[in-house]
Design a protein around this ligand. Structure first.
Ligand SMILES: Cc1ncc(COP(=O)(O)O)c(C=O)c1O
Length: 370
């Protein structure tokens, strides 16, 4: 088969032609998977058995409930919001696409509404826009990956984006920006949807959710991926009913499988005590690992409120070479030291693992940086 698109290429948006698909490297033997900000702990056997019991009778010959009725009711009660304020996505990745599809518009239409975000940040905001030919307004973070509030306000004022994405805490930096800044933006720019992406909120403390009632153009986005259920693919957004109703117009009707709905409901109802204990353990490991990494020669560790640590490795060591050497040992972290990298040059992102995984990583890095 030919490996180029041939005549189809002319149909591909220009912005997409040079873009690369999201690629996850997989060495043959993984001893520590610390590259995707997943939860490092599997569900205990007793909870697995109870979950198996729940999913065994699901009617696979039928489409799933398009409204996720039971899951919605549980989440509405947990979050103290009305059921019609919730929108579900196949991971929050899909929610990002849904938000972009509903609100932003390509340059060649009458509306021309861009999306805006600080950078570096989660890559999918950009990818979702690229796919639709939507402009992106990127506002660089400062040298410590803190947000440049004045530059954000100036960019929103001049470009009037339809949506602003703020990952709070941010990925890949781990930084938790001043949360009330999101509320100030929502108040100052009523025709822009401000998305507070709280994918890592479990590791950082209080949510902006209580502010939703007084900020109708604020949307809170969350996911089960970072707290033990990444395999499910369940993200949810909470917003004013009118915003939720708008997003529902472009949501694929059966986007949450019956298995996912049942397993997510089980998760919400039954795993919280175990999950919170493990989250606390990850936070303790984050403190321990940050201190140990900062003691290695030439390593800068950036402050993180997520289940990850971004480090920068100073020359003469090369982060890309260290990443490769870690891969050879079966330790996978995320390399941002790629050709052309600027803000993230020399940087590796390390997901906090179990104490054993973190020890393997530290031992390997100690050896490689000696
Ligand atoms: C900030 C942020 N938002 C959203 C996501 C997407 O999460 P998921 O699609 O697994 O729910 C990620 C994944 O890494 C993320 O880092």
């Amino acid at each position: 088969m030919s490996d180029d698109l041939g005549a189809l290429l002319q149909r591909v948006p220009i912005a997409l032609r040079g873009a690369a698909a999201y690629h996850v490297p997989k060495p043959a033997q993984i001893v520590a998977k610390l590259d995707a900000n997943e939860f490092p702990y599997p569900l205990p056997a007793s909870l697995r058995a109870a979950l198996a019991d729940v999913v065994k009778d699901i009617a696979l010959e039928r489409y799933p409930d398009p409204n996720c009725t039971a899951l919605r009711a549980q989440l509405a009660s947990d979050c103290n919001v009305a059921p019609n304020q919730i929108i579900f996505g196949n991971g929050s990745d899909e929610l990002i696409s849904i938000i972009v599809n509903a609100l932003a518009a390509p340059r060649d239409t009458t509306r021309n509404a861009a999306i805006c975000y600080p950078t570096p940040t989660f890559v999918f905001y950009r990818m979702a826009a690229l796919a639709r030919g939507i402009d992106t307004v990127e506002v660089p973070l400062d040298g410590n990956f803190e947000i440049d509030e004045a530059a954000m306000v100036a960019a929103i004022t001049s470009q009037s984006p339809a949506v602003v994405f703020l990952a709070m805490p941010n990925n890949p930096t781990g930084t938790l920006w001043r949360q009330t800044f999101a509320l100030e933006l929502a108040a100052a720019f009523p025709s822009t949807l401000i998305v507070a992406d709280e994918a890592y909120g479990a590791y950082s403390g209080p949510s902006l959710l209580p502010a939703l009632a007084s900020h109708p153009n604020l949307l809170i986005m969350r996911t089960l991926s970072k707290v033990g259920m990444a395999g499910l693919r369940l993200g949810y957004a909470i917003a004013a009913p009118a915003v939720a109703a708008l997003l529902e117009k472009v949501r694929p009707p059966y986007n949450i499988s019956a298995l996912d709905q049942a397993a997510a409901l089980f998760g919400l109802q039954h795993i919280a005590p175990w999950q919170q204990a493990m989250i606390d353990e990850v936070c303790a490991q984050r403190t321990h690992l940050a201190t140990a990494l900062a003691a290695l020669p030439g390593v800068t560790v950036f402050a993180s409120a997520a289940n990850l640590l971004l480090i920068r490795v100073a020359a003469p060591s090369s982060a890309a070479a260290i990443w490769r050497a870690l891969c050879d040992r079966g330790i996978v972290v995320r390399n941002f030291d790629t050709p052309g990298a600027t803000a993230l040059a020399g940087c590796l992102r390390i997901t906090i693992g179990t104490p054993d995984e973190n020890r393997l990583l530290l031992n390997a890095l100690t050896e490689l940086l000696a």
